[in-house]
Design a protein around this ligand. Structure first.
Ligand SMILES: Nc1ncnc2c1ncn2[C@@H]1O[C@H](COP(=O)(O)OP(=O)(O)OP(=O)(O)O)[C@@H](O)[C@H]1O
Length: 325
């Protein structure tokens, strides 16, 4: 595989300043990111995402394990490795708030040491692509959050690095600007052949943008799979069953034993059951229980399930083996 980022057996433990208590934030994480991929790094609060991101971009040193960026060990040859990666962390930190949009772009282009002519062409291109041309002389602190975010990404693009790390790129943006940022990110990967790692709580963004997702919980990876596989896997498992009568109490109890996450909405004429199967054969357990009382089955439909629901299921510990895929 053509890995641009390779993380192997990385661990990080913090010591709380006051209590000296140890917190294992990242516990033996390994994954790689392919060139040209958009990878979603997900997890509930405190899962270890930020620690992982900080270790990738060299802001934090792992206790154990290695991180290679474009084949370069980011601890042994830190500066060389970091030339291949830029990050937009926690909003807009990489901008100068008292400078204008263009001054920021000029400054960061100057930092790279490219010729003035080359920088000017690149800046014009970015201003147009990021729809910021009519704001080029505006001070950054006067821009909306969405425009600041777009500028922060444009500045990250100027570094010409292969990998861009984005922490919550659409946080706090309105629907339209959020959509615009998504389109920009898609374009960055397609037109500029960059690799993007996104950490986000917005599952729509992940479902829409990312081909693959790594889900972290309690410092370990619980899922590393293509988004499309996860959607298919969980859709197959979730069914909505419409019944022409109510279940008896015994039936309900029995079904709960088979399907602990079952949702039952009773109604004399049309009750509904929602069940998740761990294995295909479990559907027979359902029929067995229904058959015992000759409960009429009116329909069985696969439940459409979105990525947010899948994320919740994974984090709550449902297995994601591929037996059904
Ligand atoms: N500097 C620190 N000192 C002590 N503990 C820390 C420190 N930074 C993070 N932690 C702890 O490490 C764990 C992982 O934190 P991290 O910030 O990496 O998680 P996260 O997935 O980014 O969470 P969130 O989504 O809330 O930002 C948490 O339990 C957190 O409290």
């Amino acid at each position: 595989m053509d890995a641009i980022v390779q993380i192997s057996n990385v661990k990080k433990t913090y010591k709380k300043r006051k209590t000296k208590e140890l917190v294992q934030a990242v516990n033996d994480i390994s994954f790689s990111v392919r060139k040209g991929e958009i990878l979603g790094l997900l997890g509930p609060n405190g899962a270890g995402k930020t620690s992982t991101i900080k270790m990738i971009c060299g802001l934090l040193k792992p206790d154990e394990g290695t991180i290679f960026i474009n084949g370069i060990n980011n601890q042994e040859k830190r500066l060389k490795a970091l030339q291949h990666i830029s990050s937009v962390l926690e909003g807009n930190r990489n901008l100068y708030w008292r400078l204008t949009v263009r001054e920021n772009l000029d400054y960061f282009a100057g930092n790279r040491g490219v010729s003035r002519k080359e920088a000017a062409t690149q800046i014009e291109d970015l201003l147009a692509k990021f729809n910021l041309k009519n704001k080029e002389h505006e001070l950054v602190n006067r821009l909306s959050r969405g425009m600041q975010q777009k500028l922060a990404i444009a500045v990250a693009m100027l570094a010409d690095s292969d990998v861009i790390l984005l922490d919550e790129p659409t946080l706090g943006l309105d629907v339209e600007t959020g959509y615009e940022v998504r389109e920009l990110l898609r374009g960055i990967v397609k037109d500029y052949n960059r690799t993007i790692i996104i950490s986000s709580h917005d599952m729509d963004v992940i479902q829409d943008l990312c081909e693959r997702t790594v889900i972290i919980n309690n410092g370990t990876i619980v899922t590393d799979d293509r988004v499309e596989n996860l959607l298919r896997l969980f859709e197959v498992r979730s069914y909505k069953v419409t019944l022409g009568a109510r279940l008896t109490d015994q039936q309900h109890t029995k079904l709960l034993q088979f399907f602990p996450t079952l949702t039952y909405i009773p109604d004399t004429h049309q009750s509904t059951l929602e069940i998740d199967l761990q294995r295909n054969e479990e559907i027979y357990d359902l029929f067995e229980v229904l058959k015992a009382e000759s409960t009429p089955v009116e329909s069985i439909d696969r439940k459409t399930i979105n990525f947010e629901q899948i994320f919740m299921k994974i984090v709550k510990g449902e297995a994601t083996d591929h037996a059904l895929a």
